[in-house]
Write a protein that binds this ligand. Sequence first.
Ligand code: MG
Length: 292
Amino acid sequence: MIGHIQCPKPSHHAQCWNEVGAFNITGVQKQGFAVLAKRVEANLYAYFFPRRGMEWLPKGWRPKVVAVDIDGTLTDGHKQLDTGAIQALRKLEDAGIPVVLSTGNVRAITYGLWRFLKLSGPICCENGGVLWHKSWGGPIVRADGSEAKRAAQWLALQIEGLDPNGIQTNDWRESEWCLFPDEDLAAVEHHISQSEWSHLSVVRTGFAIHLMEPHLSKGTGLEVMFDKMGWSADDVLCVGDAPNDLPMFEFARWSVAVGGAFDSVKEAADVVSPFPHGSTFAPLVEAILAEE
Ligand SMILES: [Mg+2]
């Protein structure tokens, strides 16, 4: 941890929030105003102060690759993509900095986002279980997900009410299996640890409980990817929000936790964004592009 970055005008920031609260409005409206105010603040800050106040990067260093998580990082907690983040990623690509999508999500969905954002970097899916780039002729699938699927079916016999089918994207999952995020995590961990599948990792994100083989992580996935691309970990900046991003943080030269990230992720990050989720990208990318 090198340090948290702070709002340059904390007193003004607090005043904004107080003013929002001064209106006679409902809680939902107040929340909407607050989110809007934060987004306006992030964009104004990026426009006027790209190089001042907030130390997004090590001095004099500019990443050659940027790896970003999707859920909770490019999206908010309701899975809505932040349009400002999309524009910011476009600027990176236009500047010759490839963007790598690094996600727990499946290849089919990640490919769709990659395609429509017109990104050039490879994709790292299923927490490193599946890697793909258009130049490779096919995906690299680093584990057989059938074992994790069988473990989920067994768990349903041990834990009352657990849904072994899990989340929708299991329909396309190739290397792991995902339970709903509100399943009893402690019970899942306990039963898995006592079972023939005790070698499987149980990893919680904001959107699922992943059952996966232990060699899979975003960190090992990026390692394989970077070897294949001839890239160095010293040249990558990564952005994330959840515990499945921690191995990616360890792999990368520099890590940024978005606002709203899990506490453990904020503690591990080199920089913690004061802006929620995707609102992080406008000022972060401005700071990257401001470096020579
Ligand atoms: Mg995430």
